[in-house]
Design a protein around this ligand. Structure first.
Ligand code: MLT
Ligand code: ZN
Length: 463
């Protein structure tokens, strides 16, 4: 090992797996953003809390920056290592450590893939309800780092709601055991909640105790075609009043075209500007009838143009694919992503302003809208027009993001709803957080990570 710092690390931890081959640096140095050229110093794959702690202590002594790394499915550059950082991959720490049937908790290591968490919960007769399309690749540690949301937030809330305890190695090398699975704990600052959503800038999660819950009742999945955004919000209000929603997601005809070109099956004929995939409790005839009545009322009012209800699990999966396949279908075009939120009550006014702004600023670009409209969370993906160079495209997108940030500020919204700030949105943090808040955030970082070795450059632009 030619780098003396790495040689010292290997001397301290002879069993530690260290990767330095160019293909490995490339693989572990990037996330799904694909905008930065990976250039990590090396990759380490610890298998225990003790190893993680020893690595963090070594990094403090050597002043080496660490990028904590999970499934690297992030969309804001939070797991990118483009500046000689050490990537600390948690993928070998991927086991279930404990299940407690009385507490209804599952204690897992951070590298566990979300889908495996779902399976482990289901095998025990319960569910871990946070869910989204990247479930097969993202890790629970990464979900915690970004306070991941997804498609069931409307019913279950974000990751934050489902963490009963965390063990972390803080940036200063201390091992912290936070909240220990307690439901009630009124003993001062809740550092567990501070760690959730901190994007790897305060500590590295080495163990998480997850809350589990009972499986939801049987459900039905409906796809709706809608004429405009106003109608969409009316249908949301109608369905929310009449049904017990598990999900209420929307996408545009643009998004649909991409998923269909990617192999998904068309479910509704004709051209419609907007679509909704909704899932709701349908445990008995009464609930099923309520859904049909709500649907018919939506048709009568002219808010719904067409619709289909899944008759089998396979059909439900096919309808969900139309929504969940969007990210993958757009990925080859490397879209510029905005992931914003406003309060649900502000959605209609915000949408009208945004549509006018985007039509004015992006006359040539293809803008693809989709997202978790029932949570006030919109994904605005912009695709580079043919003939426009990548640099010019990014510059244009950043100009529009500035305008978007101003609009969001006016509506009291957030520049990042669920993807995190990372590298992508760090220049816009001030649009969502006040100067006083940012100063306190920096102070908190200083307390947990005085040498700034954990994920520097993420979250704060001038870290
Ligand atoms: C989604 O809702 O599908 C995810 O947030 C991914 C994305 O925004 O592309
Ligand atoms: Zn999303």
């Amino acid at each position: 090992m030619s780098d003396p710092r790495l040689a010292e690390l290997s001397r301290r931890l002879p069993e530690l797996r260290v990767l330095t081959a160019p293909a490995e640096l490339e693989h572990y140095g990037r996330d799904w953003t694909r905008r930065w050229t990976p250039a990590p110093l090396a990759i380490v794959l610890p298998t225990s809390a003790e190893e993680v702690q020893a690595i963090v202590r070594w990094a403090n002594e050597q002043r080496v920056a660490i990028v904590p790394s999970g499934g690297r499915t992030g969309l804001s550059g939070g797991a990118v290592a483009a500046n000689g950082e050490l990537v600390l991959s948690l993928e070998r720490m991927n086991r279930v450590l404990d299940f407690d049937a009385v507490d209804r908790t599952l204690t897992v290591q951070p590298g566990m893939i979300l889908q495996h968490v779902h399976e482990a919960a289901r095998e025990r007769g319960l569910v871990y309800p946070v869910d989204f399309a990247a479930r097969g690749s993202c890790s629970i540690g990464g979900n915690i780092a970004t306070n991941a949301g997804g498609i069931r937030v409307i019913r279950y809330g974000n990751t934050r709601e489902w963490i009963a305890g965390l063990k972390v190695v803080a940036g200063n090398g201390e091992l912290l055991d936070l909240n220990r699975g307690l439901i009630k704990n009124s003993s001062g600052y809740d550092f567990r909640q501070l760690m959730i959503g901190s994007e790897g800038t305060l500590g590295i999660v080495i163990e998480a105790t997850l809350k589990l819950t009972e499986p939801p009742p049987p459900s039905q999945v409906m796809l709706l075609a809608l004429p405009d955004m106003d109608a969409l919000m009316q249908v949301f209000a109608l369905f929310r009043a009449r049904l017990v929603l598990q999900a209420f997601e929307f996408f545009t005809d643009h998004a649909l075209r991409h998923v269909l070109a990617h192999g998904a099956q068309r479910a509704i004929d004709g051209d419609h500007p907007y679509y909704v995939v909704t899932e709701f409790d349908a445990a008995d005839e009464h609930q099923q009838e309520a859904a049909l009545t709500a649907f018919e009322q939506g048709m009568t009012e002219g808010w719904i143009s067409d619709g289909v209800i899944a008759q089998s699990e396979a059909q439900a999966a096919a309808l969900w694919r139309l929504r969940e396949g969007i990210t993958e279908s757009l990925a080859p075009r490397r879209p510029y992503k905005n992931d914003v939120s406003v309060r649900i009550s502000a959605v209609p006014a915000f949408l009208h302003e945004m549509q006018a702004l985007l039509a004015r600023e992006y006359p040539q670009a293809e803008v693809v809208w989709f997202g978790h409209i029932g949570d006030g969370n919109l994904h605005i993906n912009v695709l580079r027009p043919d003939g426009l160079a990548e640099d010019a495209f990014i510059a244009q997108c950043e100009h529009v993001t500035k305008l978007l940030a101003v609009t969001l500020q006016r509506h009291g919204g957030s520049i990042s709803a669920e993807h995190g700030i990372g590298l992508v949105k760090r220049a816009y943090l001030e649009s969502t957080r006040s100067a006083a808040e940012i100063a306190l955030m920096r102070g908190v970082r200083q307390v947990f990570d005085p040498n700034g070795i954990l994920n520097p450059g993420k979250l704060f632009a001038d870290d």
